[in-house]
Design a protein around this ligand. Structure first.
Ligand code: ADP
Ligand code: MG
Length: 345
């Protein structure tokens, strides 16, 4: 049989156009999820199909980690795990295992059972509330990571006290950034920026193998574009917890969103922010919260044990209210402080 190529021409053209459009470069994408704006830029390898895959995964994790979506694992834990075992998926179980490890290593400075206090203060909501001592006293006994029981064989969770609830606000974005980086790796993306509300992952190599320049905010001017310092790093996650990220003011006082599991109040110490740099973004996220709670000296003292336990290098920047910036020992990256009235130790 003789094939008349001419009659196929329109179809061929269409096929060509279709394959071109499904592979051609798409714009960076952002979306509201995880209580923030999630932004991903895959540079010239970004196609609509890969962005779709990434944002579908972000949406899925957003649901799994949600406190109020009835189908979510976390909702099920918070509503049923104090009466019966709750079976959860891989994602929630992995986050919980890491959270528990960090809680144990930081003597409970990081504790995902903080949820009753988070709800009491409601800092992240339009109607925050200055908690009274008696309200705090009522809820504090519910906050103790030792009363979270995990069974790795069957991936089940028990909460050992009625009324306990979990909150992944201090670790979820880190896990999600790692998952997005995995999708980049699967598609052999050369370079990408994953920014989940300040939880940044610079992935791959910049052109001509140059390092990435990442800014760390000035806590006194968090909304201006000029950062307090710039660091030059290879592929790494850079995560910051700051007292300026989410807060409300009443009277003369500022109440922010990182709470002490020991006394139930927003942390007041010498720190304005903590930044952790690591290839493991989930670890970096949980550690920024833990180190903010612990303060600089206690954090530095714990670093070697945590590094050993996770077999992961990480580096820390402490920004203090008295306008000093200091670094964990042997900080390997070049940095530049961009404000004259700040000093580094
Ligand atoms: P951000 O959410 O601004 O990135 P963090 O990573 O420090 O900041 O997480 C703060 C969130 O973690 C709070 O909004 C709350 O949901 C939760 N949280 C507050 N205090 C603690 C704590 N001591 N341990 C674990 N999670 C906490
Ligand atoms: Mg955190």
């Amino acid at each position: 049989m003789k094939i008349d190529l001419k009659s196929f021409a329109p179809l061929l053209l269409l096929l060509l156009l279709f394959s071109f459009s499904s592979c051609s470069k798409a714009d960076p994408r952002f979306e509201q999820a995880l209580g923030t704006i999630c932004y991903v830029d895959l540079y010239n390898q970004g196609t609509e199909a890969i962005y779709d895959e990434i944002f579908a995964r972000i949406d899925q994790l957003n649901t799994e980690f949600s406190l109020n979506k009835a189908e979510s694992d976390l909702f099920n834990i918070n509503h049923f795990a104090s009466h019966e075992k709750v079976f959860v998926g891989n994602d929630v179980f992995k986050v919980l295992e890491t959270a528990q490890k960090i809680a144990a290593l930081t003597d409970g400075a990081f504790d995902v059972s903080i949820e009753p206090l988070v709800s009491l203060w409601h800092v992240n909501s339009p109607s925050p509330h200055v908690a009274s001592q008696s309200e705090i006293d009522d809820l504090l006994p519910l906050v103790d990571y030792k009363n979270i029981e995990l069974n790795p064989e069957e991936k089940s969770v028990r909460l050992l006290k009625p009324g306990m609830q979990l909150d992944f606000g201090g670790i979820a974005k880190g896990y999600v950034a790692d998952e997005v980086a995995k999708i980049c790796k699967k598609h052999k993306i050369r370079r990408a920026v994953i920014d989940l509300g300040g939880n940044v992952y610079v992935y791959g190599k910049k052109a001509k193998n140059a390092l990435w320049n990442v800014g760390v905010k000035n806590p006194e001017f968090p909304d201006v574009s000029a950062p307090l310092l710039k660091i030059s790093i290879p592929q790494m996650a850079v995560v910051t917890s700051g007292m300026y990220e989410r807060f409300f003011e009443e009277g003369e006082k500022r109440y922010h969103h990182i709470l002490s599991p020991k006394d139930g109040y927003p942390i007041e110490n010498e720190l304005a922010s903590v930044t952790v740099i690591s290839e493991n973004s989930m670890l970096a996220d949980a550690l920024t919260t833990a180190f903010f709670v612990l303060g600089k000296q206690a954090s530095l003292a714990l670093m070697p044990r945590i590094e050993q336990n996770f077999r992961e290098d990480f580096y820390v920047i402490f920004i203090e209210k008295n306008r000093t910036v200091s670094f964990s020992p042997n900080f390997p990256f070049e940095y530049k402080i961009l404000y004259e009235n700040w000093s580094s130790l």
